[in-house]
Design a protein around this ligand. Structure first.
Ligand code: BDR
Ligand code: CA
Length: 314
């Protein structure tokens, strides 16, 4: 068996963030060194509380810290409460956190974790990229301690918050620009793939049938998340953030294309767009491996199996 890949999970949980953490924590291929919360789906105070509630539910023991409560240079966008709810993670009741929040900031926790790790660490970022960009600005010397960044964000073909931009990137485009320009290898799970990674009602039934303490919560999160997406025409709940984790542990379920991706930070209509050079017309070396398609049945099967792992004592 391969040595587990050390990771830091950075998120704004969020239903699909939470399910991504369920998978990451169940996988023996990952070793979670730290968790950090970022402002996005909800403010960072709610995000860190949600992060700790999810960690308590799934038995994830790692230091956890909060980032700052706004993007690098802009005001926060407000995500409508019907997507993730008032709390940022509405739906079933969750346990109160058993772990304290670290006194240091998310950036300091990330820096400490990178310094203390005996090998480069992968960052899994499933919210706006504020924390990751701040880390790169504050600690350029730690760049080579980051093995790669697997992120949910953007969309080569289209957006979901504007016609051009996806929420996580639009929320903090300057942060995304810093990350994509950093030279650190990037795996980009954008809308091109995440909207194909759908959990349909029959999949929810299969998860419900597992009947362990985590599946009992996950199926209710899925129902909550699906209700909103159904109302805007989706045929299932898109597992956006789960793709950023699954790409590390089961890359074989994805079709990928490497390309140069630049972030639009000042377009009149296109701010926040991930501009992908699909045909390499610029001749610039790719900076991102973009997920563009997924074997949906296999993705759902794997996700279901990871949830089933919680039937055994962790
Ligand atoms: C992204 O926005 C959030 O609502 C989800 O958690 C995901 O990270 C999708 O645009
Ligand atoms: Ca998210």
């Amino acid at each position: 068996m391969n040595k587990p890949v050390p990771v830091i999970l950075d998120a704004d949980p969020g239903h699909d963030d939470a399910i991504a953490w369920v998978v990451a924590n169940a996988s023996k291929d990952l070793k979670i060194l730290a968790c950090t919360a970022v402002n996005g789906n909800c403010n960072v105070h709610k995000a860190q509380y949600n992060a700790r509630r999810v960690m308590t539910l799934i038995g994830l023991n790692a230091p956890v810290a909060a980032g700052r409560n706004c993007p690098l240079y802009r005001e926060s966008l407000s995500a409508p409460a019907n997507i993730h709810g008032e709390s940022g993670l509405d739906g079933p009741a969750l346990p109160e956190p058993v772990m304290e929040l670290e006194e240091c900031s998310a950036v300091e926790l990330m820096a400490r974790t990178l310094k203390n790790s005996d090998e480069p660490v992968t960052i899994v970022a499933t919210g706006p990229l504020t924390n990751v960009a701040q880390l790169l600005l504050a600690h350029p010397e730690l760049k080579n301690r980051i093995a790669r960044i697997s992120l949910m964000g953007g969309g080569i073909k289209y957006g979901n918050w504007t016609p051009a931009a996806e929420f996580n990137i639009l929320f903090d485009p300057e942060a995304a620009d810093i990350v994509f320009s950093s030279g650190i290898p990037i795996i980009m799970a954008g809308l091109d793939v995440t909207e194909k990674a759908l959990i349909k009602p029959e999949d929810v039934e299969a998860i419900k049938a597992i009947s362990n303490p985590v599946s009992e919560i996950v199926w209710q999160w899925l129902e909550f998340f699906y209700r909103f997406h159904l109302s805007i025409g989706y045929r299932g709940a898109p597992m956006h953030d789960v793709c950023a984790v699954m790409a590390l542990i089961h890359p074989e379920v994805f079709t990928m294309q490497s390309m140069y991706v630049k972030i639009e930070t000042s377009g009149m209509y296109t701010t926040g767009k991930t501009v992908g050079d699909i045909y390499n017309v610029t001749g610039i070396k790719p900076n991102a491996t973009c997920l563009i398609d997924v074997d949906r049945p296999e993705f759902v099967r794997l996700l279901t199996e990871y949830i089933r792992c919680y039937s055994e004592v962790q």
